[in-house]
Design a protein around this ligand. Structure first.
Ligand SMILES: Cc1ncc(COP(=O)(O)O)c(C=O)c1O
Length: 480
């Protein structure tokens, strides 16, 4: 079993690093109930650690209910649900991979639940699918040759010009050569990680952070260090002290209506973060899918808008707000940081599909700002009705803050709540949420859950949220 170990410590003991990685493989479904773990001796030999270290890791996993160990028989993944595995496929369990969390997607299968609150998305009735679809249909009819061409690795020149104007209107002045089109910002994060992050490099992230980014950095073998947050976003004062001990290779932040916490970084912290990146000569990845989705006043200016020396790789996803299936985002960066990212993009997929790039182009160029104003209004109404339901039905001990925009609520549950169990019960009622522990590396326990209020119709959201809060009340009730 391959487990990336950081022997310099990284803030975690070796047993906890080992148990954390195995726990992730179990919760993500990669290691199935009943699967046998390697023997203590075998794992100790393959990881070049002592048997005591592995025994401690297994004891930790057993204490957390992930595995069962018995004298003579060894350790097995605990049964949670009946699992049927194809015969003869057992060898796959020990076939090494380098994507420790990549099976988490199994937890998020939308088809299984009626109320998929776990998904940070916008309901199709709010998206401009008709105009984008009409452009797509006419492109297929009138310019089928678009499908016969690879296009430019950096992205379609016309779309890049539209993106340039868009970013300029948001206070980010660039040339159209200073940005590239990617398949969603998820690909942007992946390209940055593949290009600039290697095993053992220190990557700082907010605690909690976007799961998709954690997956990418974990896959690169980075040492991820999580920086505490408060209502003003990442605690840059704490980050500064942490960087003194461990200089950053890269800082990943989602500063506006952060996924999952909803917090927005203050202007002062944005300025300080940029100063920090300057003094450490490192990159900041500013992931910004939500800044157009403000409900009261616009958020502070982006960090990129203040960046004069090319420290910020800025990602603006249009997939989230327009059409996730179009997979369109733009990545803005300076100098040879961008040219190296374009090289990575060419190695990754030889460029994004021309058809989807051209399909969103007229909408972004001419209709986006009016659309975004209406979307903000619709999302604000959803958040208001979610807030009313929470006020009325949330049981005592459950707390939350209302973010100034975005798609999510981050609820803190009382210490008695066992979130894994609640997740199973909610699923039985057709409801899903994102358990907070996946927003940290290493299966750190969390008392939070993320609920998205925008991926259902407003009636569906109200029905589902009420049902969930009633379930939560029953679940938290002390037994008689
Ligand atoms: C903070 C953040 N970044 C990136 C993404 C990826 O979005 P996409 O690849 O669709 O642009 C998401 C999706 O949920 C997100 O929440």
């Amino acid at each position: 079993m391959h487990i990336e170990i950081n022997r310099s410590g990284g803030g975690q003991t070796l047993p906890l690093q080992i148990s954390g990685t195995i726990a992730e493989r179990i919760t993500s479904g990669l290691l199935q109930p009943g699967a046998r773990l390697p023997s203590v001796r075998g794992l100790a030999l393959s990881l070049k650690v002592s048997q005591v270290t592995v025994s401690k890791a297994y004891a930790d996993l057993e204490a957390r209910g992930h595995i069962l160990c018995s004298q003579g028989r060894g350790c097995y993944v605990a049964q949670r649900e009946q699992n049927v595995r194809g015969r003869g496929a057992g060898w796959q369990d020990s076939y090494d991979d380098y994507l420790p969390r990549a099976q988490l997607w199994r937890n998020f299968d939308v088809s299984e639940v009626e109320y998929p609150f776990h998904l940070a998305a916008i309901h199709s009735s709010l998206l401009p699918l008709a105009p984008i679809g009409a452009t797509m249909a006419s492109l297929v009819r009138e310019q089928p040759e678009l499908m016969a061409s690879y296009g430019n690795f950096q992205g379609d020149a016309e779309l890049r010009e539209v993106m340039r104007q868009h970013l300029q209107s948001r206070g980010i002045p660039l040339g159209s050569g200073d940005l590239m089109i990617t398949s969603g910002s998820q690909q942007g994060i992946d390209l940055v990680a593949r290009t600039f992050v290697g095993p053992g490099d220190t990557v700082y992230l907010e605690a909690p952070s976007y799961t998709g980014a954690i997956d990418v950095f974990a896959g690169r073998g980075a040492e991820m260090v999580f920086v505490p947050m408060d209502g003003d976003g990442m605690r840059v004062d704490k980050l500064t002290a942490m960087c003194d001990r461990k200089p950053p290779k890269l800082i990943y932040t989602n500063p506006t209506y952060q996924n999952p916490s909803g917090a927005t970084m203050s202007l002062t912290r944005r300025q300080r973060l940029l100063e920090l990146a300057r003094s450490y000569r490192c990159l900041i990845v500013e992931d910004d899918p939500f800044s157009d989705l403000y409900f009261r006043q616009p958020p502070p200016p982006s960090i990129k808008s203040m960046d004069t020396e090319g420290h910020v790789v800025y990602m603006k996803s249009f997939s989230k707000v327009l059409a996730p299936g179009s997979r369109i985002a733009c990545v803005a960066a300076g100098g040879n940081i961008l040219s190296r990212l374009i090289a990575a993009k060419s190695a990754s997929d030889l460029g994004s599909p021309l058809l989807t790039q051209r399909a969103v182009l007229p909408f972004i160029a001419r209709k986006y700002d009016d659309y975004a104003a209406n979307l903000r209004n619709a999302l604000r109404l959803r958040q208001e009705s979610a807030a009313k339901l929470l006020k009325r039905y949330a049981p005592p001990g459950v707390s939350w803050q209302l973010p100034g925009g975005g798609l999510n609520l981050w609820l803190e549950l009382p210490p008695a709540a066992e979130i894994g169990r609640l997740h199973v019960l909610a699923k039985q009622e057709g409801i899903s949420f994102l358990p907070g522990n996946v927003c940290y590396a290493g299966d750190k326990p969390s008392r939070h859950i993320r609920l998205c209020y925008s991926q259902l119709t407003s009636e569906g959201m109200e029905r589902g949220l009420r049902q969930f809060l009633l379930l939560l009340e029953r679940y938290l009730q002390p037994p008689d």
